[in-house]
Design a protein around this ligand. Sequence first.
Ligand SMILES: Nc1ncnc2c1ncn2[C@@H]1O[C@H](COP(=O)(O)OP(=O)(O)OP(=O)(O)O)[C@@H](O)[C@H]1O
Ligand SMILES: [Mg+2]
Length: 463
Amino acid sequence: MDGRILIVDDEKDMLVLLTRIVTEKTNYIVETEQDPLKVKELLRKHQFNVIITDLKMPKMDGIAILDMVKKIQPSAIVVIMTAYATIETAIEATRKGAFDYISKPFRKERILITIDKAMEWLKLTQENVALRKSIQYKKESLPIIGSSFATTSILKMINQVAKATATVLISGESGTGKELAAKAIHYNSNRKDKPFITINCTAMPEQIIESELFGHVKGSFTGALKDKRGIVEEADQGTLFLDEIGELNMVMQAKLLRLLQEGEYKPVGGLTTKKADIRFVVATNRDLKKLIELKQFREDLYYRLNVINIHLPPLRDRKEDIPILAYHFLEKFNSLNDKKISDIDPEAMSALMSKSWPGNIRELANCIERGAILCRSDTIKISDILPQEPTEHTSPLFDHTIYTLPFREAKGIVRKAFHNKYIKWILQQNKGNISKAAEQAELQRQYLHRLIKEENINTETFK
Ligand SMILES: Nc1ncnc2c1ncn2[C@@H]1O[C@H](COP(=O)(O)OP(=O)(O)OP(=O)(O)O)[C@@H](O)[C@H]1O
Ligand SMILES: [Mg+2]
């Protein structure tokens, strides 16, 4: 990746040293400025990728430079150097949008690693933008979004089976897109101009489901004041989607089996059989084989339904779909809420990528909807999408009750919060590898290991 870096420091020696470190090991173009008051002009002239600035300088400090960069070149990354490496200044700088801080004196690897990470971060942002553009292009023609191997295989399978008449059983956890897949099958089939009707087997009371499905004749039960057509008749020549098929009772299972096998059924109270030409798609989030063992589901019906099985994996097993889905939902909720949010910032995106999403794609959609509503700028930030977890995101330093505690106790709390946050951060950077994390943090491996144990942090979650 090409890149242009600006270094600002009032000490000439520091500029010379940093230029040498960066140009020795990278191909980035480096510019330096000793007078912070001239930075504004430079920012107007050139687009920089990374700006490394000293914190304490006469005339103008690093925080003011940071504010200026955010205004003039919001996509540039700012790294603060400070000889006064207290937690407070570091937190203040990163809270205001600095990417990282480096304490002086530093080792040259520290500078190079930080620049590397910054460039990586920028690359991710650019990929997000490219993804968003590709969605705009495809949006109309492709309602099932996803670029993972799993999703593209599912799309292929849907296209292959759509034109057949065989029954399709769609399985998958709640919110994985079973209904969407059923619709895609219908609208890609030769039946697309005929009805697509959904019936949810859970939602329907047991006594009513038979008459809803098959209809009834007048007088067949109290309240049956006239003949009624059933859903099966409505769906004739089209597709009937039986959702939550695992909830259907045994009596209805037998009647459904007959319909599937013979294409015949009888309305409630009727004497004559009727015929129907229906394509069945059924869905379940339960394990039907288990239900068979428990004698709650007919084995013969299962085999009749499971001619073609499409399994939709949970979102946590196809994380590559998350960015493209997130931008897809962002566009949707932009137009619903009359907003013009164009980006999801990399920190927010990596939080989306690391969640386990028990509610799958539905939960992701809800999360982006909340983000779109709460977002006050053109970029969704982590605070817009994830509720504040007090231990994770707020520092005890900013909680004034800490100052009412005895000094030792207060210090213990702040120290613990800092350890926890620092360790998680460094482990995340190094994908849970303790040796590498220790090297980057310039700590003894054993010491870091002890801190990890003290904080009860599971390194597996960063892999
Ligand atoms: N691949 C996808 N691309 C775009 N939107 C999707 C995708 N998968 C699911 N969705 C959306 O997520 C939401 C949930 O999907 P859907 O209702 O089809 O899930 P489901 O598996 O039927 O869930 P449940 O078991 O809870 O009924 C819907 O709004 C759907 O449009
Ligand atoms: Mg559903």
